[in-house]
Write a protein that binds this ligand. Structure first.
Ligand code: PMP
Length: 359
């Protein structure tokens, strides 16, 4: 037996420490996890009822085409139902895109550091990876353009970018799309879309009418608070979606997840409230950084990358011992930083007061 060569150099996904693990390891009871950019307020209360209704139908396969959810999302975005593809999280949509476009002999362009799943899937497909360093924490679109050649199939733009929280502006994106060759698919991963406040952040759905070589990714895992249920989706031209559909698993989103996503989408007031509170939380972190002379990237997401000018692992460990799980920058390409998910007000206060004692 021989596992395919591309897989041998890859590690399985490292989810970080779980609350249970930290409880046991440090003998602590009150742990908070601010490591995976989850919503500290959970999800809309309407979701529970929708799930309970679904529980009577567990013996039946889900609707593989997710018709009801599809109708809802299409109406919400103002696109055709045929312009959507659903995945078991946007992670799966990234996998589908990679299966559909990448293979040995092709290459794919992405920023570094960015969300690691673009690279991971490209490695599995045997594509060459062209990583273009961020400049001041931001995508260098000119250098990304320069990295494209006739074998390039996909360019990934994580907007806002994980782990920096920075963004590509509407003007920058338009200028990029104008110049990208038409044989290249431009993927805009907008996992944190609902948190964005910047006026010059691109509204990409209307751009689809103009550019048929682009695709937008969104998810129910972040602001919608459904990370456990795994629903994400892609939006693109009808032809592109149809071309990709055969690469999707037949029943990739469960009926429970579909029903939950429909209920969550209906409660836009919940999203607005969470996004407002997150903004207030971010501002608490900004103030803390400014008062203490710490560098950070202003963020359009529900996380913040803070540079402590010492090993990220040290800060991570210090917080861990106090029952706070964050993400060390060492694993994210920023060795002197940590990435902290914005939590509830109480959680943010607890992190800030722990950090204040450290520095
Ligand atoms: N894209 C980005 C930029 C992310 O940060 C994440 C989650 N960490 C994902 C995609 C995947 O999210 P999900 O599979 O839960 O939709």
């Amino acid at each position: 037996m021989e596992i395919k060569a591309q897989l041998r150099g890859l590690s399985p996904y490292q989810p970080g420490k779980s609350i249970e693990e930290v409880k046991r390891q440090y003998g602590l009871s009150d742990i908070i996890k601010l490591a995976s950019n989850e919503n500290p307020y959970g999800c809309s209360p309407a979701v529970k009822e929708a799930i309970i209704r679904e529980l009577d139908r567990l013996a039946v396969y889900p609707d593989g085409y997710a018709r009801l959810l599809r109708e809802k999302v299409a109406a919400h975005l103002g696109v055709k139902e045929t312009q959507l593809i659903f995945g078991n999280g946007s992670d799966e949509v990234i996998q589908i895109i990679s299966r559909a476009f990448l293979s040995a002999g092709t290459n794919t362009v992405m920023a570094v550091p960015t969300f690691p799943q673009y690279r991971h899937n490209a490695v599995i497909e045997g594509a060459e990876i062209r990583e273009v360093p961020l400049v001041n924490g931001r995508h260098d679109l000119e250098a990304m353009l320069a990295a494209i050649d006739e074998n390039t199939r996909v360019v990934w733009i994580c907007n806002p970018n994980n782990p920096t929280g920075t963004y590509v502006t509407e003007q920058e994106l338009r200028s990029f799309l104008e110049r990208v060759p038409k044989h290249v698919l431009v993927v805009l991963d907008e996992a944190y879309y609902e948190y964005v406040r910047a006026d010059d952040y691109p509204q990409t759905v209307p751009l689809l009418a103009q550019y048929d070589n682009m695709m937008i990714l969104r998810t129910f895992s972040k602001a919608y608070g459904l990370a456990a249920l795994r629903v994400g989706y892609g939006i693109a031209s009808e032809a592109l979606i149809q071309g990709m559909e055969p690469a999707r698993e037949p029943f990739n989103t469960s009926s429970v997840a579909q029903a939950a996503a429909i209920a969550a989408l209906d409660d836009q007031a919940f999203i607005r409230t969470c996004s407002d509170k997150t903004r207030e939380g971010l501002e608490m972190f900004y103030r803390f950084c400014e008062e203490n002379g710490l560098r950070y990237y202003p963020s359009q997401t529900n996380f913040i990358l803070i540079d402590f000018a010492i090993e990220g692992n040290e800060v991570f460990q210090y917080l861990l011992e106090r029952g706070i799980i964050v993400r060390s920058g060492n694993a994210l390409g920023f060795p002197t930083s940590v990435r902290i998910t914005v939590g509830s007000k109480e959680q943010n206060e607890r992190v800030i007061s722990a950090l204040a004692q450290m520095i």
